[in-house]
Design a protein around this ligand. Structure first.
Ligand code: ADP
Ligand code: TZD
Ligand code: MG
Length: 578
């Protein structure tokens, strides 16, 4: 028997004791959390071993940021907080980026970190990996807790779970000093100290007068639009949302991670007429979407400011989101399932569907844009450009609608978002609210582990580099992940030159790099694709086999644009506009 297994005290015998390690594992299991994403080391190495012995899945990463991103993806996909486990100071800090990103995106996760001893940290006496982690974490998460006594582990875990899931979901930090793990207590008392969280994300029913106000505004609309955000995907109110859209006949626009909530091919999708509907709509129903930079803050040319004021109805669980950027005519505070159901109840059989002048004008623009897009996608230039490569990805995703698509990069992100149709809810994970690079392999591993479904990761070559080492993790757990690196030799493009000579330009990488060989190094399948046919063949094989695969897709290094679609956010572009 290994040292760890010997230490694993049973908690069924009244005469024995339990310890901090087991109380934590039991507290998580009691709350149906069966997976930990992490990276071992002092003081949590034994915890990872014991969790495995106790039947939990422990997925071990090469860098904590990716373990954290995996936990965040798991939280978003399952409505159970994903768990990331790290060592003290540097491990904790590596995980903190993911915790902050989860919080910003409203994904529930818990970063559990071992920490150094309080009495040494607080006197700054220089402990091993010393850091005041609790206070460092606070600005980057929804809530942060520290547990000092074994008998409080149950309560600590319960508070962490409830904080992550209730209201607007987000990241929670749980600080566990090294000494806690070996503290013992009587097993029965330990069991009694655990808390099963009841109704962690209680329904929040909107007030009847708020529902009436929203319906009144909606009834007065001539050119209504429903805008679905990733809050709507997260809420798992798929049936209600679809019913609202289809019963009202209102055109809708999904934000990137809400794609697939209804199939992108749905007749009422206005995605292919996005700029038209944003500028022309007179009433917009926001469902789990914030009016942040991704929506031009609800104002300006994008929103047809010159065409008169727009009225917003906003469904959100967070009351303080209302009026954050523009006045909201009808706030509807509650969980999306309850709010959408309440609206549906007010949409009777006499509901007047939007005027065909509005829906017809949208259809006309959609048809024109889709025809134009189809022409572009049919081309097969050599080398491939973003469109010709994404035409292949689009077909593969269409044939495998259950696959989860992970997507990051600049041009690779922007083009994939608009070209690759999604058919099922919660199948698209991307750079999200921050436009962060580095979520790729963490999200891919998290999604594959938690859902058991195939993952297709569409990665810019720069984006991939942030988490590339995790291809070893993908191989180690033999996950059905197909990574496609859109290799255009750099950030945005591969063509920049340093006018002074000497070092290469800051946006340019080693030319013609073979990312596929990274996957081969760990026993996975590597493929090198220079044509659309080669890419298609490699992707088909990857999806059919389920083997870890990395395809190096060679993309014309001149094809991209600076910052993809957000060139205008560069300081120089902003300055030129003034
Ligand atoms: P997107 O980037 O897709 O536009 P955001 O992340 O900006 O979406 O917005 C998500 C919104 O959804 C947040 O304001 C959050 O408070 C809200 N939200 C998340 N879950 C729920 C829920 N279950 N019910 C209501 N609102 C929710
Ligand atoms: N660092 C982090 C953590 N996030 C970021 N968003 C950036 C840096 C800046 N950045 C972008 O916004 S996109 C991008 C960077 C470095 C990479 C773009 O290059 P790519 O994609 O190869 O991934 P394309 O297809 O070449 O545009
Ligand atoms: Mg690139």
């Amino acid at each position: 028997m290994s040292a760890v297994a010997e230490k694993a005290v049973t908690t069924t015998d009244e005469s024995v004791t339990t310890d901090g390690f087991h109380l934590l594992i039991d507290a998580l299991k009691l709350n149906d959390i069966d997976t930990i994403f992490g990276l071992p080391g002092i003081p949590i190495t034994d915890l990872t071993r014991m969790a495995q012995v106790e039947g939990m899945r422990v997925i071990s990463f090469r860098h904590e940021q990716h373990a954290g991103n995996a936990a965040a993806a798991a939280g978003y996909l399952t409505q159970k907080p994903g768990i990331c486990l790290t060592v003290s100071a540097p491990g904790f800090l590596n995980g903190l980026t993911a915790l902050a990103n989860a919080t910003v995106n409203c994904f529930p996760m818990i970063l559990i970190s071992g920490s150094s001893e309080r009495e040494i940290v607080d006197l700054a006496q220089g402990d091993y990996e010393e850091m005041d982690q609790l206070n460092a974490a606070k600005p980057f998460c929804k809530a942060a807790f520290r547990v000092l006594h074994a008998q409080d582990i149950g309560i600590g875990v319960a508070r962490a779970i409830r904080s992550a899931l209730s209201g607007r979901p987000g990241g929670v930090y749980l600080d566990l000093p090294a000494k806690l793990f070996s503290q013992t207590m009587e097993a029965a008392a330990g069991r009694n100290s655990l808390v099963k969280v009841i109704d962690a994300a209680p329904r929040q029913i909107p007030a009847p007068e708020a529902v009436k106000r929203a319906l009144d505004v909606l009834k007065g609309a001539k050119r209504p639009l429903i805008l679905l955000g990733k809050g709507a995907s997260y809420a798992q109110a798929d049936t209600e949302i679809r019913a609202l859209i289809e019963k009202t006949g209102i055109p809708y626009l999904p934000m990137s991670m809400a794609k697939g909530l209804l199939p992108d091919t749905h007749a009422q999708s206005a995605s292919a007429a996005r700029s038209y509907v944003l500028a022309e709509a007179d009433v917009v129903v926001l469902v789990g979407a914030r009016l942040n930079w991704l929506l031009s803050h609800g104002k300006g040319k994008t929103w047809g400011q010159d065409k008169g004021a727009k009225k917003f109805i906003q469904i959100d669980i967070a009351p303080t989101e209302i009026d954050s950027n523009v006045p909201i005519a009808a706030p509807l505070i509650g969980d999306i399932g309850s709010c959408v159901s309440a609206l549906l109840a007010g949409v009777g059989s006499s509901w007047a569907k939007p005027d065909t002048q509005w829906t017809g004008a949208i259809a006309e623009r959609k048809d024109k844009n889709l025809t134009k897009m189809a022409e572009t996608l049919a081309k097969t230039p050599s080398p491939m450009n973003f469109h010709s490569a994404l035409a292949v990805v689009r077909d593969i995703v269409k044939a495998n609608p259950e696959a989860i698509v992970v997507n990051e990069g600049a041009n690779t992100l922007d083009f994939a978002r608009s070209i690759v149709d999604m058919y099922q809810p919660r199948k698209r994970l991307d750079s999200g609210t921050w436009g962060i690079m580095g979520i790729g392999m963490g999200f891919a591993v998290g999604a594959a582990v938690i859902t058991g479904k195939p993952v297709i990761a569409i990665e810019g070559d720069s984006a991939f580099g942030f988490s590339g080492m995790e291809v070893e993790t993908i191989c180690r757990y033999n996950l059905p992940v197909c990574v496609v690196v859109f290799n255009n030799n750099g950030i945005y493009k591969g063509t920049d030159v340093n006018p002074r000579g000497g070092d290469v330009a800051p946006t340019v990488f080693v030319k013609n790099a073979r990312y596929d060989m990274m996957m081969q190094a760990f026993g996975g399948v590597g493929a090198h694709a220079t044509t659309a046919d080669e890419l298609r063949k490699a992707m088909l094989e990857a999806v059919a086999s389920g083997k870890p695969t990395l395809i190096n897709a060679v993309i014309d290094e001149t094809a991209g644009t600076e910052s993809g679609r957000i060139t205008s956010l560069n300081p120089q572009s902003k300055a030129n506009k003034k």
